[in-house]
Design a protein around this ligand. Sequence first.
Ligand code: SF4
Length: 461
Amino acid sequence: MPFEESKDISGAKELLLEKTLEFYKMNGRKPLALVRSFGCQQNVSDGEKLKALLDKIGFGFTEEPEEALLIIYNTCAVRENAEDRVFGNIGQLKKLKEKRPELIIGICGCMAQQEHIAQKVKESYRYVDLVFGTFAYNDLYQMLWKVMGQHERVFNQTDKYSDINEELTQLRDDKVKAFVPIMYGCNNFCTYCIVPYVRGRERSRKPENVIAEVKKLVSEGYKEIMLLGQNVNSYSYGFTSLLREINRIEGDFRVRFMSSHPKDAGRDLIDTILECDKVCKHLHLPVQAGSDEILKAMNRRYTVEKYMEIIDYARAKAPDFSFTTDIIVGFPGETYEQFCRTKELIKRVKYDNIYSFVYSRRSGTPAAKLPDDISDKQKGLWLRELILEQREVTSEWLGRFVGRELRVLVSGDGRKGEGWLTGKSGEDIIVEFKGGRELIGQFVNVRIVKAMNWALEGTVL
Ligand code: SF4
Protein backbone atom coordinates (compact mmCIF):
# COMPACT_ATOMS: atom_id res chain seq x y z
CA MET A 1 0.00 0.00 0.00
CA PRO A 2 1.51 3.39 -0.92
CA PHE A 3 2.25 5.40 2.17
CA GLU A 4 -0.13 8.25 1.26
CA GLU A 5 -3.06 5.84 1.47
CA SER A 6 -2.20 4.68 4.94
CA LYS A 7 -3.78 6.34 7.93
CA ASP A 8 -2.36 9.61 9.15
CA ILE A 9 -0.46 9.58 12.40
CA SER A 10 -0.33 12.92 14.12
CA GLY A 11 2.07 13.44 16.97
CA ALA A 12 4.42 10.68 15.74
CA LYS A 13 7.45 12.63 16.93
CA GLU A 14 6.11 12.84 20.50
CA LEU A 15 5.11 9.17 20.47
CA LEU A 16 8.60 8.18 19.36
CA LEU A 17 10.17 10.39 22.01
CA GLU A 18 8.10 8.59 24.62
CA LYS A 19 9.35 5.26 23.27
CA THR A 20 13.01 6.27 23.38
CA LEU A 21 12.56 7.69 26.88
CA GLU A 22 11.04 4.40 27.99
CA PHE A 23 14.07 2.62 26.49
CA TYR A 24 16.37 5.00 28.37
CA LYS A 25 14.62 4.30 31.69
CA MET A 26 14.90 0.55 31.19
CA ASN A 27 18.45 0.40 29.87
CA GLY A 28 20.15 3.45 31.33
CA ARG A 29 21.22 4.62 27.86
CA LYS A 30 19.78 5.93 24.62
CA PRO A 31 18.64 3.48 21.94
CA LEU A 32 21.26 3.42 19.21
CA ALA A 33 20.87 3.84 15.45
CA LEU A 34 23.31 2.88 12.74
CA VAL A 35 22.95 5.00 9.59
CA ARG A 36 25.27 3.91 6.80
CA SER A 37 25.51 5.81 3.49
CA PHE A 38 26.69 3.99 0.38
CA GLY A 39 26.86 6.65 -2.32
CA CYS A 40 27.95 10.09 -3.41
CA GLN A 41 28.33 13.25 -1.31
CA GLN A 42 24.63 14.02 -1.76
CA ASN A 43 23.84 10.60 -0.33
CA VAL A 44 26.18 11.21 2.63
CA SER A 45 24.51 14.57 3.19
CA ASP A 46 21.06 12.90 3.19
CA GLY A 47 22.40 10.41 5.75
CA GLU A 48 23.44 13.34 7.96
CA LYS A 49 19.88 14.69 7.72
CA LEU A 50 18.46 11.35 8.83
CA LYS A 51 20.81 11.38 11.79
CA ALA A 52 19.67 14.87 12.77
CA LEU A 53 16.04 13.69 12.69
CA LEU A 54 16.86 10.63 14.79
CA ASP A 55 18.87 12.70 17.24
CA LYS A 56 15.78 14.88 17.83
CA ILE A 57 13.75 11.85 18.95
CA GLY A 58 16.36 10.61 21.39
CA PHE A 59 18.54 8.20 19.42
CA GLY A 60 22.28 7.93 19.90
CA PHE A 61 24.53 6.48 17.18
CA THR A 62 26.77 3.49 16.68
CA GLU A 63 28.73 1.81 13.91
CA GLU A 64 28.13 -1.67 15.37
CA PRO A 65 25.04 -3.53 14.03
CA GLU A 66 25.07 -5.75 17.15
CA GLU A 67 24.25 -2.85 19.46
CA ALA A 68 21.80 -0.98 17.21
CA LEU A 69 18.04 -0.90 17.71
CA LEU A 70 17.62 0.72 14.30
CA ILE A 71 19.75 0.11 11.21
CA ILE A 72 19.20 2.26 8.12
CA TYR A 73 21.14 1.69 4.93
CA ASN A 74 21.08 4.84 2.83
CA THR A 75 21.61 3.54 -0.67
CA CYS A 76 22.91 4.61 -4.06
CA ALA A 77 21.45 3.59 -7.42
CA VAL A 78 24.19 4.85 -9.69
CA ARG A 79 26.14 1.63 -9.99
CA GLU A 80 25.07 -1.95 -9.94
CA ASN A 81 27.82 -3.03 -7.56
CA ALA A 82 26.57 -0.49 -5.00
CA GLU A 83 23.18 -2.22 -5.22
CA ASP A 84 24.75 -5.68 -4.85
CA ARG A 85 26.71 -4.46 -1.85
CA VAL A 86 23.55 -3.21 -0.14
CA PHE A 87 21.72 -6.50 -0.68
CA GLY A 88 24.79 -8.36 0.57
CA ASN A 89 24.84 -6.24 3.69
CA ILE A 90 21.11 -6.66 4.26
CA GLY A 91 21.45 -10.41 3.87
CA GLN A 92 23.94 -10.40 6.72
CA LEU A 93 21.38 -8.74 9.01
CA LYS A 94 18.93 -11.65 8.78
CA LYS A 95 20.59 -13.62 11.59
CA LEU A 96 20.70 -10.53 13.78
CA LYS A 97 16.97 -9.96 13.29
CA GLU A 98 16.26 -13.60 14.20
CA LYS A 99 18.25 -13.16 17.39
CA ARG A 100 16.73 -9.76 18.21
CA PRO A 101 13.26 -9.41 16.66
CA GLU A 102 12.96 -5.88 18.09
CA LEU A 103 15.71 -4.73 15.69
CA ILE A 104 14.31 -2.37 13.02
CA ILE A 105 15.90 -2.56 9.58
CA GLY A 106 15.37 0.16 7.00
CA ILE A 107 16.62 0.94 3.49
CA CYS A 108 16.35 4.41 2.02
CA GLY A 109 17.87 6.60 -0.69
CA CYS A 110 18.08 6.38 -4.48
CA MET A 111 17.90 2.61 -4.73
CA ALA A 112 14.93 2.44 -2.37
CA GLN A 113 13.10 5.03 -4.49
CA GLN A 114 12.64 2.45 -7.25
CA GLU A 115 9.46 0.35 -7.23
CA HIS A 116 11.18 -2.82 -8.45
CA ILE A 117 13.61 -2.65 -5.53
CA ALA A 118 10.77 -2.09 -3.04
CA GLN A 119 9.00 -5.09 -4.55
CA LYS A 120 12.13 -7.25 -4.28
CA VAL A 121 12.54 -6.32 -0.61
CA LYS A 122 8.84 -6.86 0.09
CA GLU A 123 8.96 -10.39 -1.26
CA SER A 124 12.49 -11.63 -0.63
CA TYR A 125 13.69 -9.73 2.44
CA ARG A 126 10.71 -10.04 4.74
CA TYR A 127 12.72 -9.06 7.80
CA VAL A 128 13.25 -5.53 6.40
CA ASP A 129 10.72 -3.20 8.05
CA LEU A 130 11.07 0.06 6.23
CA VAL A 131 11.87 1.02 2.63
CA PHE A 132 11.64 4.68 1.63
CA GLY A 133 12.88 6.81 -1.24
CA THR A 134 14.49 10.20 -1.55
CA PHE A 135 11.29 12.25 -1.29
CA ALA A 136 10.03 10.69 1.93
CA TYR A 137 12.48 12.09 4.49
CA ASN A 138 9.92 14.58 5.78
CA ASP A 139 7.74 11.60 6.74
CA LEU A 140 10.42 9.79 8.73
CA TYR A 141 8.68 10.10 12.10
CA GLN A 142 5.34 8.89 10.75
CA MET A 143 6.97 5.95 9.00
CA LEU A 144 9.04 5.04 12.02
CA TRP A 145 6.04 5.17 14.31
CA LYS A 146 4.13 2.80 12.06
CA VAL A 147 7.03 0.35 12.38
CA MET A 148 7.91 0.88 16.05
CA GLY A 149 4.48 1.59 17.49
CA GLN A 150 2.13 -0.25 15.16
CA HIS A 151 4.42 -3.08 14.04
CA GLU A 152 3.71 -2.65 10.34
CA ARG A 153 6.09 -2.81 7.40
CA VAL A 154 6.31 0.49 5.52
CA PHE A 155 7.07 1.03 1.82
CA ASN A 156 7.14 4.66 0.74
CA GLN A 157 8.24 5.34 -2.83
CA THR A 158 6.31 8.57 -3.29
CA ASP A 159 7.58 10.73 -6.13
CA LYS A 160 5.75 13.84 -4.97
CA TYR A 161 8.13 16.34 -3.56
CA SER A 162 7.20 19.33 -1.50
CA ASP A 163 9.15 22.56 -1.08
CA ILE A 164 12.65 22.17 0.28
CA ASN A 165 12.35 21.75 4.01
CA GLU A 166 14.85 24.12 5.61
CA GLU A 167 14.00 22.67 9.01
CA LEU A 168 15.84 19.47 8.04
CA THR A 169 19.29 20.07 9.46
CA GLN A 170 22.32 17.78 9.27
CA LEU A 171 24.15 15.98 12.05
CA ARG A 172 27.70 15.96 10.72
CA ASP A 173 30.33 13.46 11.81
CA ASP A 174 33.15 15.46 10.25
CA LYS A 175 34.03 18.58 12.22
CA VAL A 176 36.33 20.09 9.58
CA LYS A 177 34.65 19.58 6.20
CA ALA A 178 30.94 20.13 5.68
CA PHE A 179 28.67 19.22 2.77
CA VAL A 180 26.09 21.89 2.02
CA PRO A 181 23.48 20.98 -0.60
CA ILE A 182 22.44 23.99 -2.65
CA MET A 183 20.06 22.14 -4.96
CA TYR A 184 18.44 18.77 -5.45
CA GLY A 185 17.52 16.71 -8.51
CA CYS A 186 18.61 16.97 -12.10
CA ASN A 187 17.01 18.02 -15.42
CA ASN A 188 19.62 16.63 -17.76
CA PHE A 189 18.64 13.04 -18.46
CA CYS A 190 22.02 11.71 -19.56
CA THR A 191 21.02 8.40 -21.09
CA TYR A 192 23.01 6.21 -18.69
CA CYS A 193 21.98 7.97 -15.49
CA ILE A 194 19.23 7.09 -13.04
CA VAL A 195 19.46 10.30 -10.98
CA PRO A 196 16.63 12.31 -12.65
CA TYR A 197 14.30 9.35 -12.05
CA VAL A 198 15.18 8.85 -8.40
CA ARG A 199 15.85 12.43 -7.30
CA GLY A 200 13.35 14.32 -9.48
CA ARG A 201 13.70 17.68 -11.22
CA GLU A 202 15.99 20.48 -10.08
CA ARG A 203 15.00 22.46 -7.00
CA SER A 204 17.32 25.12 -5.61
CA ARG A 205 17.67 26.32 -2.04
CA LYS A 206 17.32 30.06 -1.52
CA PRO A 207 20.72 31.81 -1.38
CA GLU A 208 19.92 33.41 1.99
CA ASN A 209 19.43 29.95 3.52
CA VAL A 210 22.66 28.60 2.02
CA ILE A 211 24.61 31.65 3.17
CA ALA A 212 23.17 31.48 6.69
CA GLU A 213 24.18 27.82 6.90
CA VAL A 214 27.72 28.50 5.67
CA LYS A 215 28.10 31.38 8.16
CA LYS A 216 27.02 29.10 10.98
CA LEU A 217 29.41 26.34 9.91
CA VAL A 218 32.31 28.77 9.67
CA SER A 219 31.50 30.15 13.13
CA GLU A 220 31.56 26.56 14.43
CA GLY A 221 35.10 26.17 13.05
CA TYR A 222 34.50 24.29 9.79
CA LYS A 223 37.41 24.81 7.40
CA GLU A 224 36.03 23.46 4.15
CA ILE A 225 32.57 23.93 2.71
CA MET A 226 31.58 21.68 -0.18
CA LEU A 227 28.54 23.01 -2.04
CA LEU A 228 26.56 20.15 -3.54
CA GLY A 229 24.25 19.75 -6.50
CA GLN A 230 23.98 17.40 -9.48
CA ASN A 231 24.67 20.40 -11.68
CA VAL A 232 25.53 23.46 -9.60
CA ASN A 233 25.76 25.61 -12.73
CA SER A 234 22.02 25.53 -13.15
CA TYR A 235 21.41 26.76 -9.58
CA SER A 236 18.27 28.89 -10.06
CA TYR A 237 19.47 31.98 -8.23
CA GLY A 238 22.83 32.23 -10.04
CA PHE A 239 25.72 30.05 -8.99
CA THR A 240 28.55 32.53 -9.52
CA SER A 241 26.70 35.17 -7.45
CA LEU A 242 26.29 32.61 -4.69
CA LEU A 243 30.02 31.83 -4.79
CA ARG A 244 30.86 35.53 -4.60
CA GLU A 245 28.50 36.02 -1.64
CA ILE A 246 30.01 33.07 0.21
CA ASN A 247 33.48 34.37 -0.54
CA ARG A 248 32.56 37.55 1.34
CA ILE A 249 31.86 35.64 4.58
CA GLU A 250 34.60 36.35 7.10
CA GLY A 251 36.72 33.51 8.45
CA ASP A 252 39.53 31.12 7.63
CA PHE A 253 37.83 28.58 5.37
CA ARG A 254 37.73 27.44 1.77
CA VAL A 255 34.92 26.56 -0.62
CA ARG A 256 34.57 23.72 -3.10
CA PHE A 257 31.62 22.61 -5.16
CA MET A 258 30.45 19.59 -7.05
CA SER A 259 29.41 18.88 -9.82
CA SER A 260 29.51 21.12 -12.86
CA HIS A 261 27.95 20.07 -16.13
CA PRO A 262 30.27 21.08 -19.00
CA LYS A 263 27.36 22.33 -21.11
CA ASP A 264 26.58 24.95 -18.43
CA ALA A 265 30.05 25.78 -17.11
CA GLY A 266 30.98 29.11 -18.69
CA ARG A 267 33.80 31.62 -18.59
CA ASP A 268 32.09 33.48 -15.76
CA LEU A 269 32.58 30.40 -13.59
CA ILE A 270 36.33 30.38 -14.24
CA ASP A 271 36.54 34.15 -13.65
CA THR A 272 34.69 33.77 -10.35
CA ILE A 273 36.91 30.92 -9.18
CA LEU A 274 40.01 32.93 -10.00
CA GLU A 275 38.74 36.14 -8.42
CA CYS A 276 37.44 34.67 -5.14
CA ASP A 277 40.28 33.94 -2.74
CA LYS A 278 38.31 31.40 -0.68
CA VAL A 279 37.15 29.38 -3.68
CA CYS A 280 39.50 26.50 -4.52
CA LYS A 281 41.33 26.80 -7.81
CA HIS A 282 40.00 23.53 -9.09
CA LEU A 283 37.10 22.41 -11.22
CA HIS A 284 35.66 18.93 -11.33
CA LEU A 285 34.27 18.82 -14.86
CA PRO A 286 32.89 15.37 -15.73
CA VAL A 287 33.59 14.72 -19.41
CA GLN A 288 32.46 11.03 -19.45
CA ALA A 289 33.85 10.28 -22.94
CA GLY A 290 36.30 11.68 -25.46
CA SER A 291 34.38 11.09 -28.68
CA ASP A 292 31.51 13.22 -29.95
CA GLU A 293 29.51 10.18 -31.09
CA ILE A 294 29.52 8.67 -27.61
CA LEU A 295 28.82 12.04 -25.98
CA LYS A 296 25.78 12.34 -28.26
CA ALA A 297 24.64 8.82 -27.40
CA MET A 298 24.99 9.77 -23.74
CA ASN A 299 22.90 12.95 -24.35
CA ARG A 300 25.61 15.07 -22.77
CA ARG A 301 24.87 18.02 -25.08
CA TYR A 302 28.45 19.22 -25.65
CA THR A 303 31.23 18.24 -28.01
CA VAL A 304 34.86 17.64 -27.15
CA GLU A 305 35.78 20.99 -28.73
CA LYS A 306 33.15 22.81 -26.65
CA TYR A 307 34.50 21.07 -23.54
CA MET A 308 38.04 22.11 -24.46
CA GLU A 309 36.97 25.77 -24.77
CA ILE A 310 36.44 26.04 -21.02
CA ILE A 311 39.69 24.20 -20.28
CA ASP A 312 41.65 26.44 -22.67
CA TYR A 313 40.04 29.58 -21.27
CA ALA A 314 41.02 28.61 -17.71
CA ARG A 315 44.55 27.63 -18.66
CA ALA A 316 45.07 30.85 -20.62
CA LYS A 317 44.27 32.77 -17.45
CA ALA A 318 45.88 30.39 -14.96
CA PRO A 319 48.25 27.92 -16.69
CA ASP A 320 48.31 25.41 -13.85
CA PHE A 321 44.56 25.43 -13.16
CA SER A 322 43.52 22.05 -11.79
CA PHE A 323 40.87 19.91 -13.48
CA THR A 324 39.53 16.52 -12.47
CA THR A 325 36.89 14.48 -14.25
CA ASP A 326 34.66 11.40 -14.42
CA ILE A 327 34.93 8.94 -17.28
CA ILE A 328 32.73 6.01 -18.30
CA VAL A 329 34.44 3.23 -20.24
CA GLY A 330 32.56 0.82 -22.52
CA PHE A 331 29.29 2.69 -23.14
CA PRO A 332 27.05 0.59 -25.46
CA GLY A 333 28.39 0.68 -29.01
CA GLU A 334 31.72 2.30 -28.07
CA THR A 335 34.52 1.20 -30.37
CA TYR A 336 38.18 0.88 -29.42
CA GLU A 337 38.93 3.83 -31.66
CA GLN A 338 36.37 5.97 -29.80
CA PHE A 339 37.79 4.80 -26.48
CA CYS A 340 41.27 5.87 -27.67
CA ARG A 341 39.93 9.38 -28.16
CA THR A 342 39.15 9.45 -24.43
CA LYS A 343 42.80 8.59 -23.77
CA GLU A 344 43.83 11.38 -26.14
CA LEU A 345 41.63 13.80 -24.25
CA ILE A 346 43.31 12.92 -20.97
CA LYS A 347 46.65 13.89 -22.49
CA ARG A 348 45.20 17.04 -23.96
CA VAL A 349 43.54 18.29 -20.76
CA LYS A 350 46.19 17.05 -18.30
CA TYR A 351 43.88 16.16 -15.45
CA ASP A 352 45.14 16.07 -11.89
CA ASN A 353 42.91 13.09 -11.28
CA ILE A 354 40.18 11.11 -12.98
CA TYR A 355 37.42 8.96 -11.52
CA SER A 356 36.90 6.24 -14.09
CA PHE A 357 34.20 3.56 -14.16
CA VAL A 358 33.12 0.81 -16.48
CA TYR A 359 29.66 1.33 -17.93
CA SER A 360 27.03 -0.37 -15.82
CA ARG A 361 23.47 -0.75 -17.12
CA ARG A 362 20.80 0.91 -14.95
CA SER A 363 17.32 -0.36 -15.66
CA GLY A 364 14.87 2.45 -16.30
CA THR A 365 17.38 4.57 -18.23
CA PRO A 366 17.32 5.01 -22.05
CA ALA A 367 20.79 3.43 -22.39
CA ALA A 368 19.49 0.26 -20.73
CA LYS A 369 17.56 -0.42 -23.94
CA LEU A 370 20.78 -0.43 -25.99
CA PRO A 371 22.68 -3.70 -26.36
CA ASP A 372 25.40 -3.75 -23.70
CA ASP A 373 27.72 -5.18 -26.34
CA ILE A 374 31.14 -4.84 -24.76
CA SER A 375 32.15 -7.74 -22.56
CA ASP A 376 33.07 -7.14 -18.91
CA LYS A 377 36.56 -8.43 -19.68
CA GLN A 378 36.95 -5.92 -22.49
CA LYS A 379 35.66 -3.07 -20.35
CA GLY A 380 38.09 -4.08 -17.61
CA LEU A 381 41.02 -4.03 -20.04
CA TRP A 382 40.08 -0.60 -21.36
CA LEU A 383 39.73 0.70 -17.82
CA ARG A 384 43.24 -0.52 -16.98
CA GLU A 385 44.60 1.10 -20.11
CA LEU A 386 42.90 4.36 -19.21
CA ILE A 387 44.21 4.33 -15.65
CA LEU A 388 47.77 3.68 -16.84
CA GLU A 389 47.50 6.58 -19.27
CA GLN A 390 46.17 8.85 -16.54
CA ARG A 391 48.91 7.89 -14.08
CA GLU A 392 51.55 8.80 -16.62
CA VAL A 393 49.91 12.12 -17.42
CA THR A 394 49.23 12.96 -13.77
CA SER A 395 52.69 12.18 -12.41
CA GLU A 396 54.25 14.45 -15.02
CA TRP A 397 51.65 17.19 -14.64
CA LEU A 398 51.86 17.18 -10.83
CA GLY A 399 55.56 18.00 -11.24
CA ARG A 400 54.56 21.65 -11.80
CA PHE A 401 54.16 21.99 -8.04
CA VAL A 402 57.63 20.78 -7.05
CA GLY A 403 59.51 23.59 -5.28
CA ARG A 404 56.29 25.51 -4.68
CA GLU A 405 54.35 26.15 -1.49
CA LEU A 406 50.78 24.85 -1.17
CA ARG A 407 48.21 25.46 1.53
CA VAL A 408 46.95 22.11 2.73
CA LEU A 409 44.01 21.21 4.94
CA VAL A 410 45.25 18.30 7.04
CA SER A 411 42.76 15.45 7.16
CA GLY A 412 44.48 12.54 8.92
CA ASP A 413 47.28 9.98 8.98
CA GLY A 414 49.25 9.64 5.76
CA ARG A 415 49.46 6.57 3.57
CA LYS A 416 53.25 6.59 3.67
CA GLY A 417 53.42 5.23 7.21
CA GLU A 418 54.05 6.31 10.78
CA GLY A 419 54.66 10.01 11.36
CA TRP A 420 53.16 10.95 7.99
CA LEU A 421 50.07 13.09 7.59
CA THR A 422 47.82 13.65 4.61
CA GLY A 423 45.64 16.46 3.39
CA LYS A 424 44.44 18.19 0.27
CA SER A 425 45.53 21.39 -1.36
CA GLY A 426 43.03 23.87 -2.78
CA GLU A 427 43.75 22.28 -6.17
CA ASP A 428 42.24 19.07 -4.73
CA ILE A 429 45.58 17.30 -4.77
CA ILE A 430 46.60 14.87 -2.04
CA VAL A 431 49.72 16.08 -0.20
CA GLU A 432 51.67 13.85 2.19
CA PHE A 433 54.17 15.21 4.68
CA LYS A 434 55.64 14.50 8.11
CA GLY A 435 54.07 16.18 11.11
CA GLY A 436 52.37 15.82 14.50
CA ARG A 437 48.76 14.66 14.68
CA GLU A 438 47.78 17.93 16.41
CA LEU A 439 47.86 19.46 12.91
CA ILE A 440 44.84 17.38 11.83
CA GLY A 441 41.98 19.73 11.03
CA GLN A 442 44.30 22.73 10.48
CA PHE A 443 45.60 24.52 7.40
CA VAL A 444 49.38 24.21 6.98
CA ASN A 445 51.78 25.50 4.35
CA VAL A 446 53.78 22.74 2.71
CA ARG A 447 56.83 23.05 0.45
CA ILE A 448 56.47 20.40 -2.28
CA VAL A 449 59.56 18.26 -2.83
CA LYS A 450 58.28 15.39 -4.95
CA ALA A 451 55.45 14.45 -7.33
CA MET A 452 54.09 10.92 -7.42
CA ASN A 453 51.38 9.56 -9.73
CA TRP A 454 48.70 9.87 -7.05
CA ALA A 455 49.93 12.63 -4.73
CA LEU A 456 52.56 15.19 -3.81
CA GLU A 457 55.11 14.92 -1.04
CA GLY A 458 56.41 17.89 0.91
CA THR A 459 57.69 19.40 4.15
CA VAL A 460 55.72 21.63 6.49
CA LEU A 461 56.96 25.21 6.62
S1 SF4 B 1 23.91 15.65 -15.24
FE1 SF4 B 1 23.58 13.67 -16.22
S2 SF4 B 1 24.99 12.31 -15.10
FE2 SF4 B 1 24.74 14.12 -13.82
S3 SF4 B 1 23.06 13.62 -12.43
FE3 SF4 B 1 22.14 14.68 -14.18
S4 SF4 B 1 21.53 13.05 -15.58
FE4 SF4 B 1 22.96 12.14 -14.11
